[in-house]
Design a binder for this molecule. Structure first.
Ligand code: APR
Length: 311
């Protein structure tokens, strides 16, 4: 294939992302992990599924970065996931060290690549990646909003018993409890959900969306969500690889947009060959602005905490 994507971390999210990339026939995939044999074994297993799944993507697994040379996109899922009772923020010091090391290694091999960060706490890990890579801000993107809005969409579809394909949802802010789902921009067949669902039910759905990750962690007990996170990262990669210019909610480095400066936070962006090609600014109500600022403050706190850590 003429496109190449490296997925770092061959665990639940990484291996599922590799599977989706290959089965959609988007690109060749290199899976990298520190665990000996795991990326190689999963890559071989995926290659052996290819004749049945009918794709010609080449998937390789490795413990080194040589094979990642010249990748168009690097999806970083390396790190530890949450356990019940942990917040995403509890992962910060371990995952900051891992993300720093991984980014240092991948950019040597693929200096023109676009980084999609998945490791949590997401917005803080994007800061680590931007700083470590020295890449321009359009080439460091965080996966959060696509997942959060997919959760929101699936709950809307369940509530109204309609196709998920009819749903659109809008989520701003950090990937955490302070995320800001926007019901008035969330629609079913173009109709705002505020016309279709009672305020009480919308509040419950919004609450479930904000806690969507924790709900899965409490059920799985030994790890966090991975099917939907992998799907979300792959939708972003597809828009970049095919230059689709989809507008998707992603964590982007803001320099004045939405009145926020020098901070990664979830906003609608246009994704194409150059990564983030535009940041879409929409008008917010005073209440929405306040909530977005609260979410930004929570991210800022984590970024400040990062500065005090030795990772
Ligand atoms: N380099 C490469 N791979 C690493 C490194 C490293 N320095 N450190 C850890 N890994 C690998 C682990 O060996 C493991 O295979 O990252 C993988 C993580 O996989 P899982 O433990 O299955 O975790 P997963 O559910 O995939 O989540 C990964 O994504 O959604 C976020 O919060 C989640 O931060 C977590 C990340």
């Amino acid at each position: 294939m003429d496109k190449k994507v490296t997925v770092v971390g061959a665990g639940n999210v990484g291996a599922t992302a590799a599977q989706r990339l290959a089965e959609k026939g988007l690109c060749d995939v290199v899976l990298v992990d520190i665990l000996e044999g795991v990326p190689q074994g999963k890559a071989l297993d995926l290659m052996e599924a290819a004749p049945v799944e009918k794709h010609d993507a080449h998937i390789t697994g490795s413990n080194s970065y040589d094979e990642t040379n010249g990748s168009d996109i690097i999806i970083i899922t390396a790190g530890i996931p949450r356990k019940p009772g942990m917040s995403r923020d509890d992962l910060i010091s371990t995952n900051a060290g891992i993300v720093k090391k991984v980014v240092t290694d991948v950019v040597k091999q693929s200096p023109e690549s676009i980084l999609i960060i998945v490791s949590n706490p997401l917005d803080a890990m994007c800061h680590v990646a931007l700083e470590t890579s020295g890449f321009p801000k359009n080439r460091v993107i965080g996966m959060a909003g696509v997942l959060d809005s997919a959760r929101f969409r699936s709950f809307i579809a369940m509530e109204l018993n309609v196709s998920v394909e009819n749903t659109h949802a809008f989520v701003l802010g950090g990937h955490g409890d302070t995320m800001v789902p926007l019901p008035r921009y969330s629609t079913v067949a173009g109709i705002p959900i505020t016309e279709l669902i009672s305020k009480e039910r919308i509040d419950a759905i919004v609450d479930r969306t904000a806690n969507g990750g924790a709900e899965i962690v409490s059920l799985l007990k030994t790890g966090s969500a991975y099917y939907a996170p992998a799907s979300a990262a792959v939708e972003m990669a597809e828009s970049i690889l095919k230059d689709k210019k989809k507008i998707l909610p992603c964590a982007a480095y803001l320099e004045g947009e939405y009145g926020i400066n020098n901070l990664f936070i979830g906003v609608p962006v246009k994704l194409g060959t150059n990564g983030i090609e535009d940041i879409v600014e929409i008008k917010l109500t005073d209440d929405e602005k306040t909530r977005l600022n609260q979410s930004a403050d929570a991210v800022k706190e984590l970024v400040e905490l990062l500065k005090t850590l030795d990772y």
